[in-house]
Design a binder for this molecule. Structure first.
Ligand SMILES: [Cu+2]
Length: 129
């Protein structure tokens, strides 16, 4: 087999693996991976997590990337989502990632556990129809 032919075969094999992956979850046809980047920002004196609402379906695998863009050498902010047992500290310049399966429908608050005035948001987990 020529090098080109073997490379082509490898590519098709990889493509087959990639397209076959979602079929492995055939038992949960609506479950998807939902990725969000949540950023802590400051406007004037107000600090907040954005976006302030994220919506997923029950059963989705949720991947959150947490960033703290509030300036300051010692800038540390929290990210708590107690409904899913999550509590993190995010330093300026760090990237934290959090993963969980949204197995409970409902509306769950997220906020900075370090600063009560720091505005958080809500995770909405829609029941599967
Ligand atoms: Cu904070």
């Amino acid at each position: 087999m020529t090098t080109l032919a073997s490379r082509t075969l490898v590519l098709f094999t990889l493509a087959g693996l990639i397209t076959a992956a979602p079929m492995a979850e055939a038992g949960q046809p609506q479950a998807k991976v939902k990725k969000f980047t949540l950023v802590s920002v400051q406007f004037g004196d107000t600090k907040m997590w954005l976006p302030s609402t994220i919506v997923v379906n029950r059963g989705d695998k949720v991947k959150l990337s947490l960033k703290n863009e509030i300036p300051g050498e010692k800038s540390e902010h929290g990210f708590a989502l107690p409904g899913y047992g999550i509590t993190e500290i995010v330093r300026h310049g760090d990237l934290k990632t959090v993963e969980f399966v949204a197995d409970k429908p409902g509306v769950f608050d997220y906020f900075c556990q370090l600063h009560p005035a720091h505005i958080g948001g809500q995770l909405v987990v829609e029941p599967v129809k």
